[in-house]
Design a protein around this ligand. Structure first.
Ligand SMILES: [Ca+2]
Length: 154
């Protein structure tokens, strides 16, 4: 009886380990490895007058510290209010960074444009969250004062 029950349990454990391994690049150490929030320039330099250039001087860096490329389609970047940027098809290479700028522009390698007409990151305090397509939060980063206008999340 012990033997008969041990085999399925071992199989189940192996299957579980397999699924955990598959998800591990991001979930194992959300704050150090995998995909995570890097520097956030939440206060665009100069007066917040809302020009597209000013909006685009507000940005979030996302780093891929895993050993493989990650397809970001469906990944989300959210502020505390709930404003959400959803990635289209974009593959971030191992060790690479993608910058998400608030305003409008033409997406290119290493930079995505949220396409907003106003700032999204509150200068005096806010919280950025990076969320997988299945809803799992990979990382978050918050600040509570203007300070230098930016925060290094890790
Ligand atoms: Ca701002």
């Amino acid at each position: 009886m012990r033997i008969r029950s041990a085999a399925p349990a071992a199989l189940a454990a192996a299957a579980l380990a397999g699924s955990l391994l598959a998800a591990s690049p991001a979930s194992a150490a959300a704050h150090q490895g995998g995909l995570h929030l890097g520097y956030i320039q939440y206060d665009s330099p100069g007066s917040d007058r809302g020009s597209n250039g000013s909006l685009n001087a507000e940005w979030v860096n996302i780093h891929n510290n895993s050993r493989s490329a990650i397809q970001l389609k469906g990944y989300k970047l959210k502020d505390k209010t709930g404003y959400t940027y959803t990635f289209g098809s974009y593959k971030i290479g191992a060790g690479k960074t993608v910058k998400v700028r608030t305003g409008k522009g033409t997406n290119a390698a290493g930079v995505r444009y949220w396409g907003r007409s106003w700032y999204v990151w509150n200068n005096t305090g806010d919280k950025a969250r990076l969320i997988k397509p299945n809803g799992t939060q990979l990382d978050s980063c918050s600040w509570s004062r203007v300070g230098s206008g930016g925060v290094s999340c890790h």
